[in-house]
Design a protein around this ligand. Structure first.
Ligand SMILES: Nc1ncnc2c1ncn2[C@@H]1O[C@H](COP(=O)(O)OP(=O)(O)OP(=O)(O)O)[C@@H](O)[C@H]1O
Length: 421
């Protein structure tokens, strides 16, 4: 027998616990789905759609709800001859300017593999850089005209665009500006609450006509979500009740994320599976010990993934903390961090943000377990000091892998000289 052997004591369908599995219906989100459906109703009524802004922390069903409702909408729309609903979806992770969002949108329309629209746009893709803004908008206009009907444009992780956000003003107004027949509705999705406040008033007015907030799940909701998935994922004779409850409790205590809860349960299942194949025979259970170990693994992985998906200025803020850490000067206060951040931003070719925004980024990094706040004021309650809550080496590694455009090497060398990595 070779190294790999098919084994099915534990999982019936492990994929059901994976992030990319789209459940037929979302559990525990009845009210939010109703609210969201009401905001989409103008499309079915043949009217101009409202632009919708969806907020909520990571893993609380924003994307899954959007997929479910837009699929239903398209299918229900077929009953009406006078509406033709087209969808285009763009994940804005790593797109840090209006140009990039617009050019990727055009290429999304032109990519036959990604097409969610029933109309093919048979034009060549456009380059990621180099087109003058006017020409780019002309191309976008041509595509919108070709696709026609009612076009719902989903911009997921929209906060990655940062402050170069003209497109978020222009896109919702494109129908008027270009005198298009097509009706456009923009659905922006973000897990960065502070992003909305950073948008200019004119963008907020156009983009956020309807705002829907998805709150974190509590332990009861997560238990219901996991129970449903566990039924499909595990064999009937595999005991999972206690594991499901504990995985839900861990995820609820941390961020209330269904993604996290599913990750914990899947990993716990892997650990149980490994054990089952070592000692054959006996009843199989995914138990609390598996969940505890799985929870630790997921926590580590989550922090590293969190760094990968940070916006550029959040990365620059983190890089600043690394520089301070490498000089053994942390924890440091927000004012000093902001002073140094400005130099780091400029050195990396970015216009620095104001202190208030850096304060938000520091809080977000703290929330995501990457930094921690330290009280250094001898109990007088001044908590605006921050330090790294994970190893310098792990941050360097993620940056070197995914943010090679940032100047990480000199900071790493400094840390090496100090014997910190
Ligand atoms: N109510 C639910 N019922 C069943 N599964 C859910 C529910 N909410 C979320 N999930 C599952 O959890 C995972 C994460 O959900 P989703 O991607 O929709 O989160 P999100 O809020 O868009 O997160 P992010 O902001 O990180 O993209 C997916 O696998 C999804 O199917």
């Amino acid at each position: 027998m070779g190294r790999f052997r098919r084994e099915s004591h534990v999982f019936r369908t492990r994929d059901v616990l994976r992030e990319d599995y789209q459940p037929e219906s979302l559990e525990e989100r009845g009210e939010k789905l109703d609210e969201y459906a009401t905001a989409l109703q103008p499309i079915i009524d043949g009217n101009q759609p409202d632009n919708i802004f969806l907020y909520g922390p990571t893993g609380v069903g924003k994307t899954a709800a959007t997929h479910q409702l837009l699929t239903e909408l398209r299918s229900d729309a077929q009953a009406y001859d006078d509406i033709d609903v087209q969808l285009v979806e763009l994940n804005c992770t790593g797109l840090t300017s209006s140009y990039q969002v617009a050019s990727n949108l055009v290429n999304e329309f032109r990519n036959p593999d990604h097409q969610l629209t029933s109309v093919e746009v048979d034009r060549d893709p456009i380059p990621e850089t180099g087109y003058p803004q006017k020409r780019l908008m002309r191309e976008l206009r041509k595509d919108l005209e070709s696709v026609g009907g009612t076009i719902a444009i989903v911009l997921d992780e929209i906060d990655h665009i940062g402050s170069d956000d003209d497109i978020l003003y222009e896109l919702p107004r494109a129908r008027k500006t270009y005198d298009l027949d097509a009706k456009l509705g923009i659905i922006g999705i973000s897990n960065d609450y502070s992003f909305r406040d950073q948008l200019g008033a004119r963008v907020i007015d156009t983009l956020c006509e309807e705002e829907i907030t998805f709150p974190p799940y509590d332990a009861t909701q997560l238990t219901a979500i996991l129970e449903k998935r566990a039924e499909q994922a595990f064999h009937d004779d595999v005991e999972t009740t206690a594991a499901v409850r504990l995985a839900a409790a861990y995820a609820a205590r941390d961020r209330g994320s269904a993604r996290q809860a599913l990750d914990i349960l899947r990993k716990a299942g892997d650990l149980a599976k490994r054990e089952a194949s070592e000692n054959t025979g006996g009843a199989v259970a995914v138990d609390e010990a598996h969940v505890e170990e799985a929870n630790q693994l997921v926590e580590q992985q989550q922090v590293l993934e969190g760094i990968r998906s940070l916006t550029q200025h959040a990365k620059l803020t983190l890089l600043t903390i690394c520089a301070i850490e490498a000089r053994e000067e942390s924890p440091e206060r927000t004012r000093v961090i902001h002073d140094e951040y400005q130099q780091v931003a400029l050195a990396n070719g970015y216009d620095p943000l104001k202190r208030r925004r850096i304060h938000d980024h520091l809080s977000n990094l703290d929330l995501n377990g990457i930094l921690s706040q330290v009280d250094v004021s001898n109990g007088r309650g001044n908590k605006n000091y921050y330090e790294l809550d994970i190893s310098l080496e792990s941050v360097f590694q993620v940056f070197e892998e995914t943010a090679s455009e940032l100047e990480v090497q000199p900071i790493r060398e400094h840390a090496v000289r100090k014997g910190l990595v």
